[in-house]
Write a protein that binds this ligand. Structure first.
Ligand code: GCW
Length: 650
């Protein structure tokens, strides 16, 4: 196509778009038709943002009924490039599977003494705040909104769920500043949400209580919500971490999480707002001697009994795993335990436990595994179906309000490359694309990202660059898994270095409930009903039995569900101890291969990107060697079993 004539048509023309006359035939017509109700999920009052694309003899017309939806259609065409026009005639409807697609920023206004400015942030400071206040220049926030719109994300929570004193005031005296952030996000259809503290009626309002059933507290929240929507008319809602890791919550008043969430839901309902209420609730002051308490059980034990009690505008936001964003863990049983509740899946794009944006770790395959997991077995709904509002039977929607969608912790900061590691941008991209369509193949999504990010002079990615980036990234999550905590046991990360690098016993005698129980004979957490904590019983059939039985429990989750001797033979045919040795040695070799592959691209990658990636790869290798040597040495010393292949262990 030599030249592209693109026009805005339909109602958009009334707002300054070019008027397309009857004889004109632009190559691309973007038509805003508020009456186009026949496009599922495309209504202007819906956040869904679907669009229709018609290709007729090489000309493309995108129609949507809201500006945001039209924008999604436009970015779809941009993503396809020439292919959008070259294909056969078509009439397609593109509807996001999930209505709520959100990113949560764990950004503080101030720099926190232990956590820095962005909690678990690995890409510099916040794009929203600097010098203890909202940034004067928010142009980067608008660029960020464009980036999000391009991948289909349309909601952002702009502050940390651990709401400290300074950040709590975003809800009150800083509202004009929040309104500025919202204005910077709005041009790209991204709506603003705030994380709020459950104790705000006391800490900000001077009330004697935050009891959710107290009339004064209810009135305080209603007025707070009224003020927020007066300042930001398209505000999205509140996000709450309550009774979790020291955050205040309803337990202090003998109330439960439905009472707490419904209090806020009532306040935001008149404005069409949503409350995202996190299910990450567990005892973080556990005695390590107490073998009966199992942190993995906690979210289900607290929330499953509350199913049916949450207001329609409450979304219970559930971390994908029952523990905490590990490289590998089981899928949270809460996701299948609350059919009468709007459930959102929470992922972590920021790489707290997956290499902290020092290591290459493309997370698309891991998220895809979680989204496609079928809690009720082959014929039942998937996790993606559940968060789209479906029950055990995928064909039957149960939540009239359409499910809770998806949320994830952002990996973006004020770093020049946005994400610290330039290749970590692929995770942000993949998150958005999987939120739009959870059935996408993560490798195909990566392929899109590679093509869009590394275009050659003619606009197309060079085959060598394309193939090499796939070699570097496709299996990088499994590579990371191979040299870190084995077989789903989790953690083994350094508490002193903020979860970066190995420390096998770092959390073993701590209060955090994340133990591996390694001794001279074996390792793993017995979560069976027969002899362990009973966690397997939180799953419906068939998984409650698949996980319970050593004969059927998948290798990669073995130590998550069972305590076994080192000589236990895996389905793969190797013993647990030999698996630890083999995977750790192989993992380091794979990192060396990754480095060689990347270096082969010398000269084909922009110099600044190349330099940053090389610096990170060197650190990844150093760290992988450290993981390998500490893990193999630890388990050799515990077990006394030598490596069958005689490699160096210290
Ligand atoms: O994984 C843990 C993190 C905390 C975080 C918490 C949570 C915001 O280490 O930094 O706090 O999860 O998800 O609330």
């Amino acid at each position: 196509m030599a030249t592209l004539r693109a026009e805005l048509g339909g109602a958009a023309s009334a707002h300054g778009g070019a008027v397309v006359g009857p004889d004109d035939s632009p190559d691309l017509l973007l038509a805003l038709e508020p009456s186009a109700r026949d496009i599922p999920g495309a209504g202007p009052d819906s956040s869904a943002g679907g669009f229709r694309l018609v290709r007729d003899d090489g000309r493309v017309t995108v129609t949507a009924s809201s500006a945001t939806a039209l924008l999604h259609g436009w970015f779809h065409v941009v993503r396809l490039g020439a292919a959008a026009f070259d294909g056969p005639d078509a009439d397609e409807r593109h509807t996001p599977a999930l209505g709520l697609r959100m990113l949560d920023h764990w950004d503080n206004v101030d720099v926190h003494p232990y956590m820095g400015q962005v909690e678990r942030g690995y890409a510099g400071g916040s794009i929203f705040y600097a010098d203890g206040r909202v940034r004067e220049d928010l142009s980067r926030v608008t660029t960020y909104a464009r980036l999000l719109a391009a991948v289909g994300i349309d909601r952002v929570a702009i502050n940390n769920v651990n709401v400290h004193a300074r950040e709590a005031r975003l809800l009150t005296e800083d509202l004009p500043e929040v309104a500025r952030i919202a204005a910077a996000l709005r041009p790209y259809g991204v709506r603003t949400h705030l994380a709020v503290s459950f104790a705000a009626p006391m800490t900000l309002g001077g009330l004697p209580t935050s009891d959710p059933l107290d009339d004064g507290v209810r009135a305080w929240w209603r007025e707070a919500a009224d003020r927020v929507w007066a300042a930001v008319p398209d505000f999205g809602g509140f996000l709450v971490k309550a009774d979790s890791e020291g955050q205040p919550g309803p337990f202090a008043y003998g109330r439960d999480h439905a009472d707490g969430a419904n209090l806020l839901a009532e306040a935001v309902a008149p404005h069409g707002g949503v409350v995202h209420w996190r299910a990450f609730v567990y005892n973080h002051t556990q005695d390590w001697r107490d073998r009966a308490t199992d942190r993995a059980r906690a979210a289900y034990d607290h929330f499953a009994p509350l199913d049916g009690r949450f207001a329609d505008n409450v979304v219970v936001q559930v971390k994908h795993g029952p523990l905490d964003f590990q490289t590998r863990e089981a899928v949270s049983p809460v996701l299948s335990a609350m059919p009468r509740t709007r459930i959102a899946l929470e992922l972590q794009v920021t790489q707290e436990y997956t290499g902290q944006q020092q290591h290459v770790c493309y997370l698309g395959p891991w998220w895809s595994e979680n989204l496609s997991f079928r809690p009720w077995g082959h014929d039942g709904a998937s996790v993606a179906d559940v968060v789209a509002g479906h029950g055990p039977d995928a064909a039957r929607p149960v939540a009239a309000s359409g499910g809770g969608g998806i949320a994830a912790v952002s990996n973006v900061g004020d770093d020049a490359f946005w994400t610290g590691h330039p290749l970590a941008q692929a995770n942000l991209y993949a998150y958005g694309r999987l939120a739009w369509d959870p059935t996408l193949d993560p490798t195909a999504v990566l392929d899109e990202w590679i093509s869009l990010t590394f275009p050659g002079a003619d606009g197309a990615v060079a085959p060598r660059v394309h193939d090499t980036l796939h070699a570097v990234m496709d299996d990088s999550w499994r590579t990371y898994e191979s040299y870190t905590a084995p077989l789903g046991v989790g953690f083994m990360v350094s508490p002193l270095r903020a979860h970066y690098g190995p420390d096998v016993d770092g959390y073993e005698y701590s209060k955090w409930g994340t133990y591996h129980f390694a001794d001279r004979d074996g390792i793993g957490v017995d979560r069976t009903r027969a002899t362990g904590t009973g966690f397997t019983g939180q799953y419906p059939a068939p998984w409650r039995d698949v996980y319970e039985d050593l004969a059927t429990c998948p290798d990669e989750l073995l130590l998550f569900f069972h305590h076994v001797p080192y000589a236990h033979v895996l389905h793969s045919g190797t013993t647990v101890i030999q698996h630890v040795y083999d995977t750790h040695f192989a993992g380091v070799e794979r990192v060396r291969d990754t480095i060689a592959a990347w270096e082969s691209l010398s000269g084909s990658i922009p110099a600044d990107v190349d330099a940053r990636v090389r610096e990170r790869l060197a650190e990844q290798l150093r760290s992988a060697v450290e993981w390998r040597d500490q893990l193999t040495t630890y388990f050799f010393r515990k077990s006394g079993v030598p490596d069958a292949r005689g490699r160096t262990i210290y």
